[in-house]
Design a protein around this ligand. Structure first.
Ligand SMILES: Cc1cc2nc3c(=O)[nH]c(=O)nc-3n(C[C@H](O)[C@H](O)[C@H](O)COP(=O)(O)OP(=O)(O)OC[C@H]3O[C@@H](n4cnc5c(N)ncnc54)[C@H](O)[C@@H]3O)c2cc1C
Length: 293
């Protein structure tokens, strides 16, 4: 289908974009890569009167090294992130997740900020951002504010970004030297995950010194598997120890039931995928046989 008519604005600065949003209010919609917004507009599930395209705002693109963090402009495409050496070195978990996000064409157009702002609970970037403790820089009429990962995801397709605000940048604390793995369970290639687990661990002398684990599609928002993280610390990176810790993966989750699987099936997947993800992140998956349940 063809979208309903709309006016098109293409600001070149964040300030212009925020002013346009303030002027048009509820009638306006931000356009980033368009990979989620345009299908919705074509199906006429959303018919904004004004589309504010961020693609000409150069300051919102790219990855920068800023000491203890790497800063990723919200308009940086998935494909740029996939090939960026800073992301691979300091936020390996994001690199691992983005490699498996949709297909090449979508990675070429879709943006880091667009995916996080869209907040689909099945989206592949929320759990890694949460696990790494991302900081979200949001611009609005009264200036810029920063929201921590724990407060960013509010509900299904709902974030801390206000209706008159724009996500400008995502800042990831460096996890240099940490192992990482994103274990995504799909029935067919390029599908959205039925469940996925984002794990990053710091291993010292064969022992897990620190661990961060995020869950995708186990609730209305991405979730931290904090019980698993706590159980992993101080444990050897062995199949037995990781299997025991992964048994707590569903603590605090509220997995949906749909045609891809019911809650019990997703709960089972979460424990199996957590074990696989942590072992792979720790570089111990070959010992355990990553395919085993
Ligand atoms: C066939 C298909 C398969 C896909 N498979 C996957 C998958 O497996 N895993 C996955 O994670 N994703 C998948 N995606 C989605 C993809 O990741 C999109 O890139 C992403 O969801 C939206 O990013 P975008 O840049 O295209 O945003 P858009 O579609 O342009 O915008 C999405 C929403 O976010 C808002 N928005 C965008 N940018 C900002 C901003 N900077 N500030 C405030 N609001 C903003 C928009 O107004 C809109 O409401 C798939 C998409 C398609 C079409």
């Amino acid at each position: 289908m063809i979208p309903a008519n709309f006016d098109y604005l293409a600001p070149t600065t964040v300030e212009e974009a925020v002013a346009a949003l303030a002027e048009h209010g509820d009638d306006a919609k931000i356009l980033a890569g368009g990979q989620s917004l345009l299908p919705v507009m074509r199906m006429r599930l959303n018919a904004p009167e004004v589309v504010i395209d961020l693609n000409r705002i150069d300051s919102m693109r790219g990855v920068r090294d800023e000491g203890d963090v790497i800063a990723i402009g919200a308009m940086t495409t998935h494909s740029v992130i996939e090939h960026d050496p800073l992301v691979e070195e300091h936020a390996l978990l994001v690199h691992r997740a983005v490699e498996h996000l949709a297909d090449l064409q979508i990675r070429h157009r879709g943006t880091f900020g667009g995916a996080l702002a869209h907040a689909d609970p099945a989206g592949d970037l929320g759990a890694p951002a949460l696990a790494l403790g991302a900081q979200f820089v949001i611009a609005g009429p009264s200036g810029t504010r920063t929201v921590g990962a724990d407060d960013f995801f509010i509900d299904l397709f709902e974030t801390a970004i206000g209706e008159d605000e724009i996500l400008v940048e995502v800042r990831l604390p460096k996890h240099t030297g940490w192992g990482a793995h994103y274990e995504k369970f799909v029935r067919v290639a390029h599908q959205w995950p039925i469940v996925a687990v984002a794990a990053t661990v710091k291993v010292e002398g064969g022992t897990i010194a620190e661990a961060r684990v995020g869950l995708t599609n186990m609730g209305s928002t991405p979730l931290r598997a904090r019980a698993v993280e706590a159980a992993l610390v101080g444990q050897p990176a062995t199949d037995e120890a990781v299997r025991a810790a992964a048994a707590s993966a569903t603590e605090g989750t509220n997995a949906p039931s749909d045609l891809n699987g019911d809650t019990a099936y997703r709960n089972h997947l979460a424990t199996v995928l957590t074990r696989r993800a942590v072992l792979a992140a720790a570089g111990a998956d070959t010992l355990a046989g990553a395919g085993a349940a």
